[in-house]
Design a protein around this ligand. Structure first.
Ligand code: G3H
Length: 272
């Protein structure tokens, strides 16, 4: 059975590829070109399923040139940004620079930033603010580790991250926000949360957004799932009514596989 996902809320599904620290700028161009050709051959309808890539910072200028030069409809964003706008912050990248490179999105609080660089919810909130200041759409990543999952505290833990990372921001400022739920135990491990797990958390996130910012905001906000998504499991995961797309790591480095993931609707069976 093929069913359009989430038509009732009018949210456009988003399939996002996080290249992480892979692909130098020449490899990135080759990957993006191949992705663009593959999507063109498949007559991909970008108004039906949005596609975005997140190259390393060093690849953004090349991606911008290719997207603008070839008129591609693939969106792109940065994997992180500074909470500051300019100044003596060696190694950091301002949202201002990212906006100038045509980025639509900025990831905030990816679990690898939270774990490797010890980013707190407070820092994530400041980065969400910085993204908004520069006209970038924040894609806020949240999700529990194995410990919280095994203790049955995954919902509570993840919602605390959500509240902490959005504290003091209002619905108007956060318009367009994307939330990516990524259970840390499923990232790059081959372990995938079941469709019920993804739906349970996406639903809980949406309910929390509703209580914080109202029903209209919650209905308009896209909630993605991330963690070992592949073409073979994406349709199952995206079957949940509250799951609006995927943040894909490893599988986004293979253009054909990633393009297949964008065609998840062909195999979709919704639970609603
Ligand atoms: O940003 C993407 C996520 O960390 C998922 O990565 P993965 O698909 O390699 O598990």
């Amino acid at each position: 059975m093929t069913t359009q996902t989430n038509g009732v809320f009018d949210r456009t599904p988003l399939i996002a590829g996080n290249w992480k620290m892979n692909m130098d700028h020449t490899q990135g161009i080759a990957l993006l070109q191949k992705l663009a050709w593959t999507l063109k051959d498949a007559r991909h309808d970008f108004s039906r399923v949005e596609v975005a890539v997140f190259p390393p910072f060093t690849g953004l200028r090349s991606v911008q040139s290719l997207v603008e030069g070839d008129g591609l409809q693939i969106a792109y964003g940065a994997q992180d940004l500074s909470d500051q706008d300019s100044g003596a912050y060696t190694g950091d990248i301002s949202g201002q620079f990212l906006a100038k490179l045509g980025c639509r999105y900025a990831l905030v609080g990816h679990s690898e930033r939270r774990s490797i660089h010890a980013e707190s919810d407070e820092q994530c909130r400041d980065k969400v603010r910085a993204a908004i200041r520069h006209g970038l759409t924040p894609m806020l990543c949240i999700g529990e580790g194995l410990e919280q999952r095994q203790a049955g505290e995954h919902v509570q833990y993840t919602l605390e991250q959500l509240r902490g990372s959005l504290a003091e921001l209002n619905a108007g400022e956060l318009e367009g926000l994307v939330v990516a739920y990524e259970p840390v135990w499923a990232i790059g491990t081959g372990e995938v949360a079941g469709p019920e797990d993804a739906q349970e958390m996406a639903h809980a996130i949406r309910a929390e957004l509703e209580s914080l910012y109202g029903e209209d905001f919650a209905k308009a906000t896209r909630v993605l799932y991330g963690g070992s998504v592949k073409s073979s499991n994406v349709a199952n995961i995206l079957g949940g009514a509250d799951v609006d797309g995927a943040l894909v790591g490893g599988a986004s480095l293979d253009a054909e596989e990633f393009a297949k993931i964008t065609r998840f609707e062909q195999h979709l069976v919704t639970d609603q």
